[in-house]
Ligand binder design. Structure first.
Ligand code: SF4
Length: 343
């Protein structure tokens, strides 16, 4: 068994927004967060059926649709979402992806569902490519955002190491929360059978023989393409084997790295990111810019004010009032966090 925490995917091609007759759902241009404008929502509920991930909820008290808003007031001041920061397993990473917005529709229309993963990868632009940097500057993307994009753990996991995969790409919404498929069940099985679970040969063989598991993962992440999932699991298996040698004081076996198309150095970088990355490496979030403030509408969280089901206002009577977002208190919180040198 494994656990797949599913949140709103803040899709590049959000079908919830397309389904809304009131135009109340929109994707913020400056950071890609998908939000429901509580003022504009008329409670048609088309978004609930429109989201294939089932990530929109209807608040029967307020008569408005609600969804994960990616903790946007925290993101605006450079703090990670609460679900990321409180994850005891330190499993979540947040970072910037520069992408070609003009090609999203074309990518989403890719005919073969199994090609959608590569089509979405193609949209992600290399933040260190001088041409991409020049184009981004032309578009007015601030320098600190470009620096953050170059250090993005998300770009590294999705595009550089290619170990993260989109959830149900066949829905064609171009989801932006990606997952690293689990290797642990393979290792546990080998250990139970009395094998050396960290040996590369054993691990690679086990991945190939556990067809049902790989097929199940492929249904989740690659529209059924098992080769991609097997490739990711082999990289993770290679990392375990390679790093075991290092941990035992032996030189890393370059053949293991080469078997999965990587170098020993790349495997060590991936290990650092996945296993021991510190707070500032897992969350690389630049602050929003004051000059962009007109784009950062203060919608407020629909469960934090009068529309809160616990607030006792009549159906639909009090929702949608703008709530001032307390930037100062978030900055104070961030300063306190930095003081404590959290890792
Ligand atoms: S996951 Fe659903 S609610 Fe979230 S942006 Fe995509 S379509 Fe909209």
């Amino acid at each position: 068994m494994f656990f797949v925490p599913r949140i709103c995917e803040h899709c590049l091609n959000p079908s919830c927004a397309a389904a809304c007759p009131s135009g109340a759902i929109y994707k913020r241009e400056e950071d890609g967060i998908v939000l429901v404008d509580q003022d504009a929502c008329r409670g048609w509920r088309q978004c609930i059926t429109g989201c294939p991930y089932k990530k929109i909820y209807f608040n029967h008290r307020t008569g408005k649709a609600e969804k994960c808003h990616f903790c946007y007031p925290r993101i605006e001041v450079g703090l990670p979402t609460v679900c990321s920061e409180t994850c005891v397993g330190r499993l979540r990473y947040i970072g910037i992806i520069l992408y070609d917005a003009d090609r999203v529709t074309e990518a989403a229309a890719t005919e073969n569902p199994q090609d959608l993963y590569e089509a979405q990868l193609d949209l992600m632009l290399d933040p260190r490519d001088p041409e991409v940097i020049a184009a981004a500057r032309e578009q007015g993307i601030p320098e600190d955002w470009l620096e953050a994009a170059a250090k993005s753990p998300i770009y590294a996991l999705c595009k550089y190491f290619k170990v993260a995969l989109p959830l149900h790409p066949e829905y064609r919404t171009m989801p932006m929360v990606w997952y690293i498929p689990p290797l642990s069940p393979v290792v546990d099985l080998l250990q139970e059978q009395g094998h050396d679970a960290e040996a590369a040969g054993n691990l690679f063989g086990a991945i190939d023989s556990l067809r049902i598991l790989v097929e199940y993962l492929a249904e989740l992440f690659t529209a059924g393409d098992t080769a991609v999932v097997t490739g990711v699991l082999q990289k993770l298996a290679a990392m375990r084997s390679y790093m075991r040698d290092i941990a035992l004081g032996r030189p890393g076996d370059e053949e293991i790295a080469a078997a999965v198309g990587m170098t020993g150095g790349a495997i060590q970088q991936m290990y650092r990111l996945l296993a021991i990355a510190k707070y500032d490496e897992r969350y690389v979030i630049p602050q929003a810019h004051r000059e962009e403030a007109h784009n950062l509408e203060e919608l407020g969280c629909s469960v934090d004010f009068d529309g809160d089901p616990s607030m006792g206002e009549p159906f639909g009577g009090s929702s949608g009032k703008p709530v001032p977002v307390t930037i100062q208190s978030f900055n104070a919180m961030k300063a306190a966090r930095d003081d404590e040198s959290m890792v």
